[in-house]
Design a protein around this ligand. Structure first.
Ligand code: AHM
Ligand code: MG
Length: 343
């Protein structure tokens, strides 16, 4: 942001988008509620050990396990509760679904029922919490189909192209909200003194070309042949067919890795591997891949499963997993090329 420009708060940005007819008042207020919940999560994350919130959830030595079969951290549970509580009574939602819960939660009858569905991963990358590395919240908003008596999990099974908004909040050295409502991807930094998100980049653009890739290299021997070939060529550098040297980064917090890519380019991949092949991949379509794909496409990048545009995948389950390739357009196309040539 230029030092002389008048700051645009998230609230002002959303009101201006509403005036332009790109969002209605209910979606605007829904995004405001999610942003408010993210501020609360940011405060909890920021307290670290002083807040007594580090470590595993559960009691008397018994870990609490979520629907994904993963041990929950105290902050996973707390962040989930903050998002549920903040969104229950606003009147904008019909139901919510979370990576941490088996099934969707329908808004209780005591509150007005709205016309949107909210999906979220309350605290992504939570294995990083205890070592003070960035984590984040990811969210996606869909329309609730009309004329249904009772909302159920099946109503969430819409392709990524149906998202009306998506974003993430990264809890790093600064807390940043990155948002799209289908009109570009914009970043907002939390001004902790006044407690509001202020736009810091309007229209993020991912460079089309890159020399940086993000992948968990320890899985190399478990990858499929096309992924082996693709990364092999990246590592060959100037001596290989790609003709340039590549750098590697892997935070193991998708929000942090994707934020770097939205900021300076790169390719993020969590491919299919022999360890997760029976599940379809490691990352979740509805809570991670689709919202990130929407943000990346709106910033001029691409997102794919390696074989199909991510946003076109027809979901079959709320907790479905997929292989993920996203980021700089030309590099994602190159990775997809290895897969299509091998098939
Ligand atoms: P989580 O939702 O349980 O935190 O898992 C998702 C995270 C992503 O943030 C990250 O990209 C990936 O898992 C890291 O996986 P790995 O530890 O296998 O490298
Ligand atoms: Mg996650």
């Amino acid at each position: 942001m230029s030092p002389n420009a008048s700051p645009v708060s998230l609230t002002r940005y959303l009101i201006e988008e509403q005036r332009e007819g790109r969002i209605g008042p209910n979606l605007r207020l829904l995004i405001e509620v999610v942003a408010r919940a993210c501020k609360s999560i940011s405060i909890a994350v920021g307290k670290g050990a002083l807040g007594g919130v580090l470590g595993d959830a559960g009691t008397a030595g018994e870990a609490s396990i979520n629907v994904q079969g993963e041990a929950q951290k105290k902050l996973d549970v707390l962040s989930n509760e903050i998002l549920l509580e903040a969104n229950a009574w606003g009147g904008h939602l019909a139901a919510l679904a979370s990576e941490e819960m088996d099934h969707c939660v329908v808004i209780p009858d005591e509150y007005p029922r709205g016309s949107y569905l909210l999906l979220f991963d309350p605290l992504d990358g939570s294995s990083n919490i205890d070592v003070n590395i960035s984590v984040g919240t990811i969210f996606s908003v869909l329309r609730c189909p009309d004329d249904i008596a009772t909302v159920g999990d099946e109503h969430f099974l819409q392709p990524g192209t149906a998202q009306v908004a998506a974003g993430y909040c990264t809890y790093g050295p600064s807390t940043m909200l990155v948002l799209t409502i289908g009109n570009g991807t914009h970043s907002f930094t939390l001004d902790r003194e006044i407690g509001s998100f202020v736009m810091t980049t309007r229209g993020m653009r991912i460079p089309e070309e890159t020399r940086e890739f993000a992948v968990n290299m320890s899985n190399q021997r478990f990858w499929e042949p096309p992924m082996q070939a693709y990364v092999g060529d990246l590592l060959a550098g100037t001596q290989g067919p790609r003709g340039k040297d590549f750098n590697m980064r892997w935070v193991a917090s998708m929000v942090a890795d994707v934020h770097r890519i939205l900021t300076r380019g790169g390719i993020f991949s969590y491919p299919l591997d022999a360890k997760c092949a029976d599940k379809g991949g490691k990352l979740r379509l509805m809570y991670e891949a689709n919202p990130m794909a929407f943000l990346v496409e709106q910033a001029g990048g691409e997102a794919s499963t390696g074989r199909q545009r991510m946003l076109d995948v027809a979901p079959t389950g709320l907790h479905q997993r997929v292989p993920v390739f996203l980021g700089s357009k030309r590099e994602v196309q190159a990775a997809v090329g290895y897969h299509t040539r091998h098939d």
